[in-house]
Design a protein around this ligand. Structure first.
Ligand code: 6PG
Length: 263
């Protein structure tokens, strides 16, 4: 690792020499959180996103993790999903299934993907209902300070515009305070229809990992982490501030190249 440290209010920064090194650190981090959560709660509830993140999690299905992680205790959710058929190339479910879930012994009934045969609005409502049932039975824990679900881990990528999950800059859903899952039909990144966890849910998680790589994200990483003053543009990634939980930034050197050197 070329740098590891804690930013005074933006969480832990881990800057890696290579994607390979980042992948190993990410797999270690996820495996460790899974172990702690299974020990404490008997289950591990994890929220995935789409994009390059999933390939970067690839070491999890290799030795030793494929043999040491307690996969049967994992419950899988999506922090955001594109509203397309599950077998569509754009589906985040398909991406995770092809690259990870089909390669490890996850219990099929623990995989909670959206209903792909209804509208975005209905899919978001149904998904929230499913999560509410699992909060009742404590498969998903509950936040002590809000009534929100408290996922053990939410994994997020970030776009070069600073979006996370399907929460885009200046979009009204950034202000959603009541719903756990909402929908959009005007995503600037195709496809346009998506469902997404809202900020209160993301910020109620026990752990949030921000996995961001590549030089095209360097400016957004700078704006999301550094002290850039009051004129900072609307930056969803900057709004990720877990109330009680921990945030860790997994960056490669190109993505971290515009960070203030004081870190
Ligand atoms: O479904 C999606 O589009 C995502 O969940 C989205 O939030 C993604 O994580 C970022 O756009 C980063 O994607 P990349 O890492 O591929 O740039």
């Amino acid at each position: 690792m070329s740098f590891s440290g804690v930013h005074k209010d933006r969480g832990e920064l881990r800057i890696h020499e290579s994607l390979d090194e980042l992948g190993t650190d990410l797999a270690d981090y996820i495996a460790e959180l899974s172990e702690v959560s299974v020990k404490e709660r008997g289950v591990f509830a994890i929220g995935l996103s789409g994009g390059s993140l999933i390939a970067l999690m690839g070491k999890l299905y290799e030795t030793p993790y494929n043999k040491t992680v307690d996969w049967a205790k994992w419950y899988i959710f999506w922090a955001d999903e594109r509203v397309v058929a599950k077998n569509h190339a754009d589906s985040n479910y398909k991406l995770a299934k092809d690259c990870l879930l089909s390669k490890v012994p996850i219990v099929p009934s623990h995989v909670h993907s959206i209903n792909d045969s209804v509208s975005a609005e209905e899919a978001a409502d149904e998904y929230e209902f499913v999560i509410r049932q699992l909060v009742k039975t404590r498969v998903v824990s509950v936040s002590e300070i809000s009534d929100c679900p408290k996922f053990d881990l939410i994994l997020l990528g970030m776009g070069s515009d600073g979006h996370i999950a399907s929460l885009f800059p200046n979009h009204p859903v950034l202000d959603e305070k009541n719903q756990w899952v909402t929908f959009i039909t005007d995503s600037p990144k195709p496809p346009p229809e998506r469902i997404t966890f809202t900020l209160p849910v993301i910020n109620s998680a026990s752990n949030v990992a921000m996995v961001v790589t590549g030089g095209s994200k360097a400016e957004a990483v700078h704006l999301a982490i550094d002290d850039v003053g009051p004129d900072c543009p609307s930056m969803p990634a900057r709004m990720v501030q877990p109330t009680k939980g921990k945030i860790v930034w997994f960056l490669d050197k190109p993505a971290a190249s515009k960070l203030d050197s004081s870190h």
